[in-house]
Design a binder for this molecule. Structure first.
Ligand SMILES: NC(=O)c1ccc[n+]([C@@H]2O[C@H](COP(=O)([O-])OP(=O)(O)OC[C@H]3O[C@@H](n4cnc5c(N)ncnc54)[C@H](O)[C@@H]3O)[C@@H](O)[C@H]2O)c1
Length: 436
């Protein structure tokens, strides 16, 4: 009994001295290990081993942000889908330089960190741009700010000086520029009426030639391009609230046209580069935004009211004060811009806060926040000033999963704190953070 259990060789091993008239079959030697595996049920163990290993690799956490557009799949993207507004193409630089380039499965080998993107922010020394730069730096990206300092200030980004991931170039976007980048946030353009009316020809040049230059750069280096357009493309809207499909009611020859029509042309150029040159683009239509680092005295209603109330001057209300605006805190906008850039949809997307205030209601909130005795002074309305402005943000909610979170009563005190410091030189209260 014992010998049968321990020695089975005689069942399979041909006896060396046994005579056989047939020549030995060579394939028998090959199949012997297989027969052995089958008989001893080793195959079951091998299969269980493979299953455990597969499960282990599948469940291992990926240490990289979800891979969106560097997959090899896109190399064979059907041409008809490439022109669709809702699809996107691979970023050339990501394929060439990023870790993602050689790891299209979305996982990075253990021990290697996610490599940040290289991003240029035109107008990055301005109000919105500098807050965007803060968020990108925080995320670990390398950021290049391109700005001619027409309305922007070095102070807005000075806290990044010395960081090897941060660079700053004094440059006018009306002139061409070549940079190796993965993404371009194109914000360069004076945004307040006081500034864009100061030199209207320069404003429209910035919008048209500047945007052309940046789109040319995006095409050349395969970068994704995001245009910060404006609610002004709706002009004095005949539809309320404004949906992205509304084409607007704009005066092409008015004093604001350098900005309104300039931005409309910038949108046209952006879509033409997308359709005609396969550039990956995104378009944001920004509604009134406020927050720390806004230019003091730039003529925009929130900064005007806050600066006037702090200086104990009467707040200037144009017209009867019944025209409405929506006010978005800057951190909400930056979140929307980043979601748009990283997402899969071209847009355009309205980014704004749908909470609607009349100018008189806004003045009241400023009174509550700064000085209950602040006075209001009425002046005649300016030409082409739209009567109503309120974004419909359904599309951004559905496709970007975005909506503003900071109310006017929460965001305004943060702006007041920053303005107080800059107007009165009072540095006791801390920096101009975006956090609400
Ligand atoms: N803030 C808002 O409420 C709002 C609303 C709608 C649209 N936008 C858009 O968002 C973008 C940023 O607006 P913002 O409020 O930060 O304005 P901002 O004036 O604070 O910033 C604009 C920046 O662009 C720079 N710039 C202007 N012309 C340039 C040129 N030719 N070359 C290089 N740099 C140039 C300025 O120096 C400044 O740093 C603009 O494109 C604006 O049209 C803003």
């Amino acid at each position: 009994m014992t010998s049968e259990l321990t020695f089975r060789g005689h069942e399979t091993q041909p006896m060396a001295d046994t005579y056989s008239p047939k020549p030995p079959k060579p394939w028998l030697a090959v199949t012997r290990p297989i027969r052995y595996i089958l008989r001893e049920q080793r195959l079951t163990f091998v299969l269980i081993g493979i299953a455990i290993a597969t499960l282990g690799f599948t469940l291992l956490p990926s240490n990289q942000a979800p891979q969106r557009y560097s997959s090899a799949i896109f190399d064979s993207f059907p041409a008809e889908l490439e022109s669709s507004h809702l699809t996107h193409r691979p970023v050339y630089n990501e394929r060439r330089f990023g870790i993602q380039n050689w790891n299209s499965g979305g996982k990075i080998p253990l021990g290697l960190k996610r490599k940040g993107k290289r991003i240029v922010v035109t107008g990055g020394a301005g109000f919105v741009g500098s807050h965007l730069v803060d968020r990108l730096m925080e995320r670990g990206d390398s950021v290049i700010v391109v700005d001619n300092f027409f309305t922007g200030r070095k102070e807005n980004v000075m806290h990044h000086f010395g960081n090897p991931r941060f660079e700053m170039i004094r440059h006018d976007v009306v002139e061409p520029l070549l940079l190796e980048v993965d993404q371009i946030y194109h914000l360069a353009c004076p945004a307040s009426p006081v500034h864009y009316k100061f030199n209207p020809v320069k404003t429209i040049k910035t919008n048209v030639v500047g945007t052309l230059n940046m789109l040319g750069l995006a095409k050349r280096v395969g970068a994704r391009f995001l245009l910060t357009s404006t609610s002004e493309v709706y002009g004095d809207p005949l539809q309320h609230p404004q949906v992205e499909t509304y084409w607007g009611n704009v005066n092409p020859i008015g004093v604001r046209s350098c900005y309104d029509e300039g931005k409309r042309t910038a949108e046209t150029l952006t879509m033409d580069y997308h359709r005609g040159a396969d550039v990956e683009v995104r378009i944001a239509r920004i509604f009134n935004t406020y927050g720390p680092r806004m230019c003091i005295d730039d003529g925009r209603v929130v900064s005007n009211f806050v600066a006037q109330a702090l200086r104990k001057e009467p707040m200037t209300v144009y017209g009867d004060g019944k025209q409405t605006r929506s006010f978005q805190y800057v951190s909400d906008l930056v979140e929307g811009l980043m979601r748009l850039m990283e997402g899969e949809h071209v847009g355009p997307f309205n980014l704004g806060n749908p909470g609607e205030f009349t100018m008189l209601e806004l003045a009241k909130v400023v009174q509550e926040t700064i000085d209950p005795d602040a006075k209001i002074e009425h002046r005649p309305n300016t030409e082409d000033d739209p009567h109503k402005r309120k974004p419909d943000i359904t599309k951004a909610k559905e496709q970007l999963g975005w909506e503003p979170k900071v109310s006017l009563r929460k965001g305004l005190p943060l702006m007041v704190k920053d303005f107080r410091q800059r107007i009165f030189g009072d540095h006791k209260e801390g920096g101009s953070s975006t956090t609400a």
